[in-house]
Structure formats: structure tokens, C-alpha cells
Design a protein around this ligand. Structure first.
Ligand code: FE2
Length: 185
């Protein structure tokens, strides 16, 4: 059930080709948290390459599929920066079941993210734990996902990875997280 929910993001069915995701915002809408230049490069060049290479049979198919898969979860959960952007609904209840507060969750998320060596991802899992992914791997239990590869932050934050993570909470679209959580059960 959960795996099917994830698959529909990426597989068209007939020929097992990956579909390039359409962003639900313009590439300049996440600035200054993620600049237009970063989104154009991250989405328009890098992400597109995973999809194209998979569909053309170039390179490592598992790596390209997992790269496309993770970005299909990452990009749609972002939105225009909000001044106060707190979780509500299912997301708030879920976080408070597992953490003392949203602040407590963010602190633990940052600590685990900062422990990742090299390229990877950090995510809130369906069991409430904060987990990491090395490079790219398909996972069926992602609720909220942060891209920790250098291409996601270096252009805007130089060496300040922590600054990227601190700011990203301003562009998380909690409606999307709530929709994911509503499929648990
Ligand atoms: Fe990425």
C-alpha cells in the first residue's frame, strides 16, 4: 500500500519510463531560501538528467531511478517562503506524538543531518524516526525529505549547511506533508 503510494510519483506504467515531475511553483518562487539559479540547476539540469538517463538506459539504472524518485518527493513539498510556517493538522499531531515540540524535532533533525558524511538525504519516517539515506536509495517510508547533497545548498549558502537547514522550514508546504500522513493506516 505504502509502496504503491510512492510508485505513482515516478512510474508511468506501460513502458516503465520515469515521468519528469512538473514543479508546482516557478523556479524563482522559493528565493531567497533557494534561489532561481539553484532551482534551475537542481531541477532543470541535475534532476532532469536522472530521468533522461534512466529513460535512455544510460548509466546505473538503480541510481538514476532512486535519484529521480527522491527528487519527486523533495520538490513538491516546497512552497514560497512563509514568515511563520508551523506544522498543523496531521503533521503537528504526528510530530507531537514523537517529539516534545516542533523545535525539538528540528533540533534532532539538524543533529542527524549534520552527521551525514558525503552526499545524502535526511528524512522523517513514517514510524516517527529521523533517518538518513546515503547517495540515493528508494525508501517507502518517507514523510518529509531534505536533500543534503551539496547541489541543494552550496550555491546559496556556500559552506553553511546548517543555514540551509534552518531556512528550509520556511518553505515546507505542510499541506503536502499532511496529505502523505493521511495515507498511513
Ligand atoms: Fe538534489
Amino acid at each position: 500500500m505504502e509502496f504503491k503510494f510512492i510508485q505513482k510519483f515516478i512510474i508511468e506504467g506501460k513502458k516503465d519510463k520515469l515521468i519528469q515531475l512538473t514543479l508546482p511553483y516557478d523556479s524563482d518562487e522559493l528565493a531567497p531560501i533557494k534561489s532561481k539559479e539553484t532551482i534551475d540547476y537542481h531541477y532543470g539540469t541535475l534532476y532532469k538528467a536522472y530521468v533522461d538517463r534512466y529513460n535512455k538506459g544510460e548509466g546505473d539504472a538503480d541510481f538514476n531511478e532512486a535519484g529521480a524518485f527522491l527528487h519527486n518527493i523533495y520538490f513538491p513539498q516546497l512552497q514560497h517562503p512563509q514568515t511563520s510556517n508551523q506544522p498543523d493538522g496531521y503533521a503537528l499531531s504526528f510530530l507531537l506524538m514523537h517529539y516534545a515540540s516542533f523545535e525539538d524535532f528540528k533540533e534532532k533533525f539538524a543533529k542527524i543531518a549534520m552527521g551525514i558524511q558525503g552526499s545524502g538525504w535526511v528524512y522523517l519516517a513514517r514510524n516517527g524516526n529521523i533517518k538518513t539515506i546515503k547517495n540515493h536509495q528508494i525508501k517507502s517510508d518517507i514523510v518529509l525529505l531534505v536533500d543534503w547533497w551539496e547541489h541543494a545548498w552550496a550555491l546559496d549558502y556556500q559552506a553553511d549547511k546548517a543555514g540551509y537547514l534552518k531556512n528550509i522550514w520556511r518553505i515546507i508546504n505542510w499541506d503536502i506533508i499532511n496529505a502523505r500522513l493521511s495515507t498511513i493506516g
